[in-house]
Design a protein around this ligand. Structure first.
Ligand SMILES: [Zn+2]
Length: 328
């Protein structure tokens, strides 16, 4: 774990922190705010490591000294992580921290504490932490992590430097999903559906999602090869599968991505294709369907989505959509 990995997804934050380390101007308290999965904890760990490492080189931790190794394995006596117990972070947890810090550091005088989901502190806990922030030890860094910075007390926010973590671009989400051993066709699709990594991972882990993907691919094949049977297939196989409104919404999103891929092929941008393992089928379909028709199909899907949102019967919406797509 080092800066290098985090700088791929959060280059601005990493640059700023490394620069502060170089100039020996680290703040006593930081708020790392940003969506779940943007790497706040990873950056906090590297910051702690760099701060405590005995042999840093160019603001990078050595990964080898006792301090680095203990932080990596999560048992450094001078690095404390506080997380919600149940629904909240309670005052006793903050008091416990203060007690620990009353003793001088075991390894050195430097200490780091990280508060996960800092917005979950009870009012008492937050006020207790506030006193702590007001009288910082010279060699202490507080790092508060939150997905909801506006839920933190204003008094806490004004005593810390806030660093915003950007949402991951699709490519960043894709890479993280692949690290979790999600198959690439599934990961690519999920990454183009949401910019929230946690949500993408959850989608990928649902078996239903892979089935939905296969269904949508199959529907496009029916439309291309057996257009006369589409309505029958729709009733037999699709509407029972995409039962809930949410599921139908997802199906339409997948269909939208498919036709966007088709457009990418028309525009000779096949590197943008999300259904990359279906390239051959897409290319064949592109031969049968002009760029203009593809644009019309995209419009028809968007219209269907709007109608589902306004509670038109799914059966009617989908039948009309399939008829429109079949004309292509
Ligand atoms: Zn080290």
């Amino acid at each position: 774990m080092s800066w290098e990995k985090s700088s791929k997804t959060q280059p601005r934050v990493v640059k700023l922190l490394k620069n502060s380390i170089k100039k020996q101007r680290l703040a006593h308290a930081y708020i790392f705010e940003g969506a779940h999965g943007t790497g706040k904890m990873a950056v906090a760990a590297v910051l702690a490591k760099t701060f405590l490492c005995r042999n840093t080189e160019d603001e990078n931790p050595c990964e080898n000294c006792t301090n680095c190794r203990r932080i990596t394995s999560g048992n450094h006596p001078d690095v404390h992580v506080i997380s919600p117990e149940g629904q909240s972070i309670k005052i006793d947890q903050i008091r416990g921290l203060q007690k620990e810090f009353a003793y001088s550091g075991m390894e050195s005088s430097k200490k780091v504490y990280i508060v996960e989901h800092a917005d979950k502190m009870t009012v008492q806990a937050a006020n207790s932490l506030l006193k702590f922030l007001e009288e910082p030890g010279a060699d202490t860094i507080a790092i508060l992590l939150t997905e909801q910075v506006h839920s933190l007390l204003e008094t806490i926010r004004s005593r810390a430097q806030t660093l915003s973590f950007s949402p991951l671009p699709p490519q960043g989400i894709l890479e993280k999903l692949l690290e979790e051993d999600i198959p690439k066709p599934i990961a690519a699709l999920a990454a183009s559906l949401t910019s929230d990594y946690a949500e993408a991972l959850e989608i990928c882990r649902e078996e239903w999602f892979a089935q939905a993907r296969a269904k949508v691919i199959q529907l496009t094949e029916e439309l291309r090869l057996r257009p006369d049977y589409c309505l029958v297939v729709l009733q037999d196989q699709y509407l029972s599968f995409f039962k809930e409104k949410e599921q139908l919404r997802l199906a339409l999103n997948l269909l939208l991505i498919w036709y966007r891929d088709l457009l990418s092929i028309h525009l000779s941008q096949s590197e943008k294709v999300v259904f990359f393992d279906q390239l051959q089928a897409l290319e064949q379909q592109a031969l049968q369907m002009s760029q203009r028709k593809t644009g019309e199909a995209l419009q028809a899907i968007l219209t269907a989505q709007a109608r589902i949102r306004s509670n038109v019967s799914p059966l009617m919406v989908m039948e009309q959509l399939v008829l429109r797509l079949r004309e292509g």
